[in-house]
Design a protein around this ligand. Sequence first.
Ligand code: G6P
Length: 500
Amino acid sequence: SAPDGGSASTFDFIVVSNRLPVDRVVDADGAESWRTSPGGLVTALEPVMRGADGAWIGWAGSADLEIEPFDNDDMWIIPVPLSEDEIARYYEGFSNDTIWPLYHDVIAPPSYHREWWDSYVAVNRRFAEAAAAAASDGATVWVQDYQLQLVPKILRELRPDLTIGFFNHIPFPAYGIYSQLPWRRQIIEGLLGADVIGFQRVADAGNFSRAVRRLFGYETKGAAIQVPLDAALVSVTTDAAPVASKRGAPYRTVIARHFPISIDSKGYQALAQRPEIIARAKQIREELGNPETIMLGVDRLDYTKGIGHRLKAFGELLAQGKLAVEDVTLVQVASPSRERVETYRQLRDDIEQTVGRINGDFGTIGHTAIQYLHHGYPREEMAALYLAADVMLVTALRDGMNLVAKEYVAARYDNDGVLVLSEFAGASDELKQALKINPHDIEGMKSAILQAVHMTKAERGRRMRALRKRVMEYDVARWSASFLDELQRVRDQSPTIEQG
Ligand code: G6P
C-alpha cells in the first residue's frame, strides 16, 4: 500500500537495486511513461514483487532526475537520483569498470581510481539512507548486486532493527584475484552488514568465506561466519592487518551460501505455448529461408559472454566445410549495454568486425552466415526465437548464472532443442544434461556444436526433458522463498533490537 506522504516509514519489505525494474521513457512530444527495463535481475525479481506489499528502491536510468515515489503495477517505486558525475564514477566507473571485470576473473583489466571509489561510497550511502527512511520498524530489506555492496553495513548502522539480506548476482572471485582490490576490506565489511549473503554457486560462497578468513581471521563454520560485535569499530578507511577473532568474544552470525537464481519458468513456458508465439517462431524460420539448423546466441553485448569465442568456432566450422551456410544460420542477438564504458565500445567494434568478416567470407546471395541483431527484444520475440532455435549457444567465459540458458529450456515445452552450455556459467551446476563446453577450447566447442547439430531427436528429447524437470521445479519463486526463509530463520535466532 502506498504511504500518504510518500516518505513515511511504512514498508515491511523493501528491495534495493541499482536499477529500478522500470525505465523512464520520454517520447518525441515529451510525454513520459515507464517501461520494464532489461537485465536478468529485473526479470528475476519482478514476479516476486508483484502482488507483494513492498517497495523497490533504485535508479531510474538517466541523470539528475528528481522523481517522487509512485505506484507502478502494485509496486511502490522509490527513485534514487544519480548525477552525471555519479553515473560516470559510481556506475560506469567503479561498478562496471572495477568490480565487474574483477569479479569476472579479470577477463578485461579492472581500473582502480580513488575518485571512483569515493563516488561509490557516497552513492551507496544515498541508497542506504533511502532504505532506512522507507523501512517500517523491524522490516526486511533485500539488497541486490555488486553496485551496492556497502549498503548492508551502512543500513545496519542507521537501522539496527532491520533484517538485511544481500544477493550477489555475479561471481565472487578467488582470493588471488579479489585481493587486487585496494578497498578489499571495506567491501567485505560492507557485505558483512547483512544477515544473509547469497551467491549463485557453491564456489562463489566459498571464495567469499575464504576472503573473510584471509582478511579478518573470523571463524567460519559451514555457511556461518562469526562476525565479532566490535567489528563495527574497525575503520572503513584503513587496510590494517588481519585480526583473529578472540574466542569467546560476542559475535553475530552471518550466513554466506549459494541460492542459485532462476526465472519465472511457468510464465515463460505459457508464453511459448501461445498460438501467436508459435506462429511467430514458424515465421522466423521461414524468413531465415527454412535452414535445416538455426543456432542462436542471446547476450548483453558484454566481454564476459564469450561471443568472440563462439564466432571463432562457428567461422572455423564454415571454413573447414563442416557446416555450410545453406544448412545452418547463426542468429546472434547482442543487446546494447554500458555503451559509454571503453571496454564495451572496443568489444562492439571487435564483434562487429568479426561478424562482417565471416559474413563476407562465407555468405552467398541467398544465405547469410550470421544474422547479427544489436537490439534488445521484448519477451514475446525472445520466446519465439527460442522456439525457432534448434541449438542454443551459451559460451560465457564467466557468468554468475546466465538466465538465457534457463529461459531457453523453459520455452521448449516441445521437449526439443539442444543447449550448448559453458561450464563457466553458474547455470552449469544445475543444467547437467546440456552439452558442456570450455569456451577457451575452440576445438572442443566446435565438436560440441557439431554434436548438437547432428543429435538424434530421441537424444534431444531425453536431454531436454531432464533439463526442463530442473528448470520448471527450481523457479524464481522458489529462489526468493528459500532466500527469504533463510533470512527469517537467522532473524528468529538473533536477539531483538529496538529501533533507537
Ligand atoms: C547483470 C547485473 C545486473 C544488471 C544487468 C544489466 O545482470 O547482474 O545487476 O542490472 O546486468 O546491466 P546494467 O548495467 O544495464 O544495469
